[in-house]
Design a protein around this ligand. Sequence first.
Ligand SMILES: CC(C)(COP(=O)(O)OP(=O)(O)OC[C@H]1O[C@@H](n2cnc3c(N)ncnc32)[C@H](O)[C@@H]1OP(=O)(O)O)[C@@H](O)C(=O)NCCC(=O)NCCS
Length: 190
Amino acid sequence: MSNIKIQNISHQQKFSYDLAVIHKENYPKSHFSSHIPITVLNDLYFSYFRKMTIYLATFEDENCGFIIGGDKSHLNYNFSFRCILSIISTYLQNPKFGLKKLFIPYMFDASSMNIPNFRIFSICVVSKFSKKGIGRTLLNTIENEFRSKSIQKYGLSVKYFNKEALLFYLKNHFNVSHVSGENIYLDKHL
Ligand SMILES: CC(C)(COP(=O)(O)OP(=O)(O)OC[C@H]1O[C@@H](n2cnc3c(N)ncnc32)[C@H](O)[C@@H]1OP(=O)(O)O)[C@@H](O)C(=O)NCCC(=O)NCCS
């Protein structure tokens, strides 16, 4: 899609709420995160700024998607007590998510799975702009940045029931490295 503008907003925290809105409205409803209150998502996205690389895609000043990636060891989620209460309350209102966590066995310990430190934490394209190549453009943009930092491999995880995202990653040459509970871990050599 031509006329899509991709800008690096890594240091512009004012965009945090925009990212939270895109997430809330466009992550699949099967994803727990789309049920948590927008204020909590805003806190989550706020914590990525300055430490992670964030690109925003716009079309004629309308937000159409974003990607966030970087070094996992620099991540520092700083949830307030209010946020933690909101997350617990979301679990209580949507008990199937809590039950899944209790009953799906976690066969692997993520720390022992040799998951690359460089990761994609979130990618989301507004549904009315989907399948127009914006997700791929965002991925290519962050990959170029990783290459410029001499990163040779990066990874991410996706829920097994998020078929659209899984197909998207497979089409973009990711390999499955592990499956643990409901998470599929993918990585890609650059
Ligand atoms: C996954 C997502 C980012 C893809 O973005 P997108 O802009 O629609 O993807 P693109 O148009 O760049 O697609 C790139 C390739 O993936 C394929 N693809 C994308 N969505 C697909 C789908 N639903 N089914 C099959 N293939 C798909 C496209 O066909 C394209 O391949 P092609 O060029 O050979 O045709 C988008 O669907 C999304 O935001 N989903 C909701 C949020 C989410 O689940 N994020 C991931 C969490 S892990």
